[in-house]
Design a protein around this ligand. Sequence first.
Ligand code: GAL
Length: 361
Amino acid sequence: MKRFLVLLVAISVLLVSTGAVFAQRVDVGIVLPTKDEPRWLQDVARFEEVISKTPYRVEVLFSQGSSAAEKTNVETLIARGAKVIIICAHDAAAAAAAVEMAKLEGVTVISYDRLITGTDAVDYYVTFDSISVGEAMGQYLVDNVTGKGHPLYLYAGALTDNNSFLFFQGAWNILQPKIADGTFVIKNSAQAEAVKDIKELSRDQLAAIIGEVTTDWDMNVAKSKAEAHLTAKTAADKGQVYILAPNDGTSRSIADVFAADPDVTKYFITGQDAEKASVQYIIDGKQSMTVFKDTRVLAADAMNMAIEILEGKTPQTDTTYFNQAIEVPSKQSPVLVVTKDNVKEALIDSGYYDAGEFTGI
Ligand code: GAL
């Protein structure tokens, strides 16, 4: 019995000390920011489709809105032998440490959708054209305005996300001349009001505005901010209003707040991601538009790039993005504006969603 116990202990010690050997090895690791936003569930579903067709071993991990968890995920993937890591950062600057660690281990790093900033440890960036996302939002608001003096409410994404800068910059490109000429009157951002005559904003100027009107990509933050803004305003600041909302989740919560205000007679509101709930809002006339970013394309682009790297080839890129340290070779995909008019064609007929997932389409 005693011998048996000694043997058992010896085997356990051996198993623990060689644990890494038993963990499943991976070729490509994918790290996504959170499961709690529908946008990233779209991406993971599309990754799963692509993964099922590759002979490579791929593992997807979620960081649940934590840079510490994100770093642990990267460590786990390195320990499992990943040669390529595709990572969508929770916090652009904080993620630099995680990818620098990966680079030291000889891993190729692909920034996915959100650019990791302030480091030379990013090899490639696979993204949608985020400036054009913001421009599409701005253009939608401009296309639906006539006359002067219309209230404009501005909202932005998280300050820790480089995309928030690109989206706002794009929107500002289109909105600024219409703010400067009095078509729109900004109602909720002293920072934007202070620079309304400046077309090209610096990163610091953008950061000041984003910091003031950020939603943190959080529907609850968006809701309380919108409520506070409307409470602080009078009926004269309402009526027919225009709202720059940075994505679908925040758009729905801001739209609900504006819809509930008796002094708001009509609102135009933007969004992006074509989340199912927002597609229903668009069908129902509660959200005006969304910018569709076809995650099938992005997931396939990133995986194809990873496979090329595994096979020793140099991936094709079509542009570069400055990440505040280096120009990162990038592959960029176009986006599509979706309104009530083309929602069926863009999202159902294209096979992205099933008609049965919506009512009234
Ligand atoms: C951005 C992303 C958007 C949106 C947002 C919130 O970086 O490009 O599509 O989902 O994050 O998660």
